[in-house]
Write a protein that binds this ligand. Structure first.
Ligand code: HXC
Length: 282
């Protein structure tokens, strides 16, 4: 049973959001759900697989806004294509009249030793994660700054989904670690440059989150989900795996326009139960 959200159900009632990488059953679909549950007037989910997106959008409508299906839309978008990102922004502004929030969640990942990883494998993950995040931010800049400049409007928001792999070093993750480190750097630089344009730029770094493809991959298929979650929970200082909603609620906080969150920019919030602090005794 998830803990309740501490935020008002109307906290995001000004927001029109794009969430990338939200097609499957990873964290980002739950982020979209949390944005809708807190009143977002429009949420456009995007990914590469149309059929999965269609099903995900239908489930969001059924769970969050059955009487207002127009609050959810989906678009196929490979974030590696700057043109596709521009079309996604155009679609969103055309449908909802503005764009106020972008959540960059699209990410590629698999386990591979650095030695066995082909240069193209490394490049592919960098292109999805790093170039994809930049492409989306770049394509959205004009719409986000324009929404923030309307009289009485709050600042616009970008939230980049990061990780904790890169804080130390992680086996089999040279590509993803390098990519997430670059994303953290981009979060800070865009916050620096775009604050004056009315855009707050932040990140969230999830730890091990139950029921995600990321966690399944981490185990390399060696354990079933239950055994894996039990094993991981044992070494997490807070004694439990994270839930997708833990991440969604941190994103909601970063997107709130009230006191506190409205003064946070350039920050990547770690939401991992203290997991990355843990080291085995040597
Ligand atoms: C080694 C691999 C590989 C694998 C792909 N490649 N999968 N190398 N092991 N398992 C290599 C290919 O051999 C190829 O290089 C290059 O990568 C491009 O592969 P394509 O299949 O042509 O690319 P594409 O169709 O664009 O797909 C890229 C993809 C992506 C990265 C595999 O489909 C993907 O990762 N999808 C899953 C997304 C996902 O699970 N996201 C959640 C991330 S969670 P060559 O040299 O052969 O041409 C997360 C948080 C951290 O990031 C979690 C910790 C684990």
């Amino acid at each position: 049973m998830s803990l309740p959200s501490p935020f008002l159900a109307t906290a995001l009632s000004h927001e029109v959001c794009i969430v990338t990488g939200a097609s499957g059953e990873g964290i980002c679909l739950t982020i979209a759900r949390c944005l809708l549950e807190h009143g977002a007037v429009g949420v456009v989910i995007c990914g590469r697989r149309e059929q999965v997106l269609r099903q995900s959008a239908a489930s969001l409508v059924a769970e969050c806004c059955p009487a207002q299906p127009e609050r959810v839309a989906y678009r196929v978008c490979d974030v590696r294509s700057p043109d596709a990102c521009h079309r996604l922004v155009e679609f969103t502004v055309g449908k909802y009249g503005r764009l106020t929030t972008v959540v960059n969640g699209a990410a590629g990942n698999f386990l591979s030793t650095a030695r066995n990883l082909s240069p193209n494998g490394f490049k592919t993950v960098m292109e999805i994660d790093v170039c994809g995040t930049f492409n989306m931010c770049h394509a959205a800049f004009k719409a986000l700054s324009s929404a923030a400049s309307a009289p009485g409007s709050p600042m616009s928001k970008i939230v980049n989904i990061s990780a904790t792999l890169q804080y130390g070093a992680t086996h089999y993750q040279v590509h993803a670690s390098a990519a997430k480190a670059a994303i953290d750097s981009m979060t800070r630089t865009l916050a620096l440059e775009w604050g004056a344009h009315g855009i707050r730029v932040n990140g969230v770094a999830p730890g091990p989150i139950a029921g995600t493809p990321g966690l399944t991959k981490l185990a390399g298929g060696a354990l079933d989900a239950g055994a894996l979650e039990e094993m991981v929970a044992e070494v997490i200082p807070l004694g439990r795996m994270g839930e997708k909603r833990d991440i969604g609620t941190v994103v909601v906080f970063l997107c709130c326009n009230g006191s506190g969150s409205a003064y946070v920019s350039g920050e990547t919030i770690v939401c991992d139960g203290g997991a990355w602090l843990w080291k085995p005794a040597i």
